[in-house]
Design a protein around this ligand. Structure first.
Ligand SMILES: NC(=O)c1ccc[n+]([C@@H]2O[C@H](COP(=O)([O-])OP(=O)(O)OC[C@H]3O[C@@H](n4cnc5c(N)ncnc54)[C@H](O)[C@@H]3O)[C@@H](O)[C@H]2O)c1
Length: 432
């Protein structure tokens, strides 16, 4: 490998398609840096290397190609698996990580930063060439491709894991329609994933992306958070902590009431659009911000999305309204000039701002999500025969084990039930 040269992008035997193998050294350094903040996954890797729970299995994954994912792949390999990986979002692909995975860790990677839609799907197809026993998905596109275009491979898939809320929603729809052909584990639904990953990880990294892209001061700004789910709660809490006035928009009365009682101002988007200076969508829904909202926004309003798909801000509608677009006024920052001279600032083309303009969730958070993934793969390998072709929860023991290992790594001890307490909690006989 040359120290800095750019060569060998697409292997002739189809075992990888990456931008620049010469970046592998830089990738290894950053993967090891992330690993320092992933003590739980490290422990599981050591355990996997001894127990080999995935021996002989082939795993196809469609995930963000980041240093944290690289440490998950290393863990699956330590467990005995062969892994192929396609990028779940071309904007989040780190070319140096992709190079390191191919050159140093022996994975088959199909990912180039900024590839187009055709490249994205080509990479998913290439990753499936491994003929997987297990699949790992982040948004359900790989599972979808298997069920629509590669049905010849369905028979050998034992099961899989889904990492994100939007993917789990799609899987439930497939299961309801009776078309899902193998068990899928909703890793997203573990406490140690959605409580921490969505809340703290998305919360922090979304603001990080907005700040990196715009260098804006959040303090004193009116920030509109669309969606008060797991991600939205974390985001609102962090924005308020930085001195912003936070407005929440919702469609669910319970979530809206929760936001109100937490002290946020709750408004319909029609109204919020007039007040906001920064808008962030995290709903998992489409066209949450639309032309009628652009029409009343303040000059300079910043628009960012952190929901999984780039459908939450109606970018086409914005483009139609604009008389001029200044692309790349800063990295990941495009300015749309409207007929009356107002400028609206769209970040990361309406795609996941935390992955495009920042680095996604910090490694310390992904430590837990990927520990869940690794243990869920081990569970699937052991138990897939007993699981029907539907969406399954991760066993509670895995959640508890991951939380326990994380606390251990932080040197935090907790109390243990006494025998009398255990009996008290498990018996209905003792009265008040
Ligand atoms: N950026 C990231 O790194 C990251 C991480 C995790 C999840 N996600 C994505 O973020 C999205 C939200 O995830 P979540 O776990 O918070 O989901 P969630 O289901 O907990 O929350 C979504 C909320 O949005 C609300 N909502 C739906 N349509 C709306 C609309 N039109 N206007 C206002 N609110 C609306 C729902 O009522 C719900 O409260 C999903 O697409 C998920 O895949 C992104």
């Amino acid at each position: 490998m040359s120290a800095q040269g750019s060569y060998d992008t697409c292997d002739s035997d189809g075992s990888h398609d990456i931008a620049d193998a010469g970046l592998a050294g830089a990738g290894v350094r950053r993967i090891e840096w992330a690993d320092r903040s992933m003590p739980v996954l490290r422990q599981i890797r050591a355990r996997f290397a001894e127990d080999r729970p995935l021996d002989g299995l082939k795993i196809a994954a469609c995930m963000h190609v980041t240093t944290e994912t690289a440490n998950l792949i290393r863990t699956l390999q330590a467990g005995g698996a062969r892994v192929s990986l396609a990028a779940s979002n071309p904007l989040s692909t780190q070319d140096d990580t992709a190079a390191a995975l191919v050159e140093e860790y022996g994975a088959s990677v199909f990912a180039r930063a900024g590839t187009d839609r055709a490249g994205y799907y080509r990479h998913i197809h290439q990753a499936l060439e491994i003929e997987p026993d297990l699949v790992l998905d982040d948004g359900c596109d790989l599972v979808n491709t298997l069920h629509t275009e590669r049905t010849d491979l369905l028979g050998s898939v034992k099961g899989g894991c889904e990492e994100t809320t939007s993917g789990v929603i799609r899987l439930h729809q497939m299961a309801r329609e009776g078309v899902l052909r193998f068990p899928m584990v909703a890793v997203n639904d573990t406490y140690t994933n959605h409580m921490f990953d969505n809340r703290y990880g998305t919360g922090q990294s979304t603001l990080d992306g907005i700040i990196r892209a715009t260098n804006t001061l959040l303090s004193g700004k009116t920030i509109v958070v669309a969606g008060f789910g797991h991600c939205g709660k974390g985001l609102a809490e962090r924005a308020r902590g930085m001195g912003a006035r936070v407005v929440v928009t919702e469609i669910d009365p319970v979530k809206a009431l929760d936001a109100t009682l937490q002290g946020y101002r709750v408004l319909p988007m029609d109204e919020a659009a007039r007040h906001g200076e920064v808008f962030i969508t995290v709903t998992g829904n489409r066209e949450v911000i639309r032309p009628e909202h652009f029409a009343v926004m303040k000059d300079g309003a910043i628009l960012a999305n952190s929901g999984h798909f780039d459908v939450e801000i109606d970018v086409r509608g914005l483009t139609d309204l604009a008389v001029e677009v200044h692309h790349g006024i800063r990295p990941h920052t495009d300015e749309y000039v409207l007929a009356d001279g107002r400028r609206l600032v769209l970040l990361a083309e309406g795609r996941l701002v935390n992955l495009a303009a920042a680095e996604g969730h910090p490694a310390a958070v992904m430590d837990m999500s990927f520990a869940d993934q690794a243990l869920a793969c081990g569970w699937l390998a052991r138990s897939h025969q007993d699981l029907g072709p539907t969406v399954h929860r991760v066993p509670a023991e895995i959640d508890t084990e991951v939380a326990r290992l994380k606390l251990d790594s932080m040197d935090i001890a907790i109390d243990v039930l006494s025998a009398a307490q255990e009996e008290y909690l498990s018996s209905w006989r003792s009265g008040s």
